[in-house]
Design a protein around this ligand. Structure first.
Ligand SMILES: [Zn+2]
Ligand SMILES: [Zn+2]
Length: 106
């Protein structure tokens, strides 16, 4: 049993054009079944494209490798985050090929 949210009277079943619904003498109509609630569940997926290497020529810089005792590394910059962030310095050891990032600039 349902009650009218407007006046509190008991809703009465009505049948109009073959469609059954609950209505009140005050004019309220329970339109359950006629209103369709839609959810926009589109998720905003932010894809960050990770580029392995830039096309810029790599330079050899004097940089201590954190993995081995080598003191030379390939150096290039790469955009790793959103475009409003500064490029990261990428280093790659010429000896063991270990690569790492650094934030200080040359
Ligand atoms: Zn009512
Ligand atoms: Zn190394």
């Amino acid at each position: 049993m349902k009650f009218c949210p407007n006046c509190g009277s008991i809703l009465k079943a009505k049948d109009v054009d073959g469609t059954k619904y609950l209505g009140c003498s005050c004019g309220y109509i329970d339109d359950k079944g006629t209103s369709i609630v839609t959810f926009n569940d589109k998720k905003h997926v932010h894809n960050v494209e990770v580029v392995e290497k830039s096309d810029a020529p790599h330079v050899i810089v004097e940089e201590a490798c954190p993995k081995c005792d080598n003191n030379e590394a390939e150096h290039w910059t790469q955009q790793v985050g959103p475009s409003d962030e500064p490029e990261s310095n990428i280093f790659k050891c010429t000896k063991c090929n270990y690569s790492w990032r650094d934030t200080h600039h040359y």
